[in-house]
Design a protein around this ligand. Sequence first.
Ligand code: CP
Length: 318
Amino acid sequence: MKQFISTEDVPGVPRLVDIALDYKKNPHKDKGLGENKTLGMIFLNPSLRTRLSTQVAARNLGMEVVVFNIDKEGWQLEMNDGVVMNGNTSEHVREAAAVMGQYFDIMAIRTFPGLKDKQEDYSEKYINQFIKYAGVPVVSLESATLHPLQSLTDVITIKERWTAPRKPKVVMTWAPHVKALPQAVPNSFAQWMNAWGEVDFTITHPEGYELDPKFSGSAKIEYNQEKALEGADFVYVKNWSSYQDYGKIINSDPAWMVTNERLKNTNDAKIMHCLPVRRNVVIADEVLDGPNSIVIPEAGNRVWAAQAVLSEILKNGK
Ligand code: CP
């Protein structure tokens, strides 16, 4: 693997999942793989899980890690080409990315969308500028439109719990939120479910929250949450802002919050969320603290997803 931005970079999803689950059994088996290699983790936005799990994963492979909160500690970056830099930006990404590429063997970057300009966000300008100028493999720690480390984790989390011969019914449900959030996690979850292909996949949301069809692909769309959840084996809960009416909250109906009552017709479904989650807005306490919530082991699996990805790049990235 030369980079990790989306499923398109992954030769085979099942193989990558198996590599991750092998690391879960034996985290230190490849301690020498990253010896004398350095991972640079560049953050333009906050993070808890991605920041910590990826560091643990890199250290399990023997890598050194440098974390740089470029939004707070670096010069303000100019991302556009050909501009006269007589405003607030002090350093162009052409130099910044190229210089960091001199220091690191792999660069990992987190950047969020502005949620103002759909075309700009969906062009993935930020991460693509880093890829263009870094000169070393780039791993997405979440970009404007996708969060592949989270989604690989979610595949791992479903796979390790599902042993029945039929495909599990996986339902991704929109839930309300007080802020307009990116579509990166749901886009990415849909992209990975479709690429994995080993699930019966439904997306449910109020009308107007349709995702970019490029990512929702062959998923069934159901506007009635109760109906969608019938017989679900896994329920993936997430808020997102509108893709059509870009970046807007067009409906925040609290009836879409996930409660035990809403889940009563599932097949004793396991409840997933990428975290962080706003309790009693997105998911009720009774669900998050109940026996079917797997949000904590899901977050724990972030380490094995990151370790699988880094190991594949260390083996094949150059
Ligand atoms: N799920 C996730 O990416 O969490 P962080 O934003 O805390 O990294």
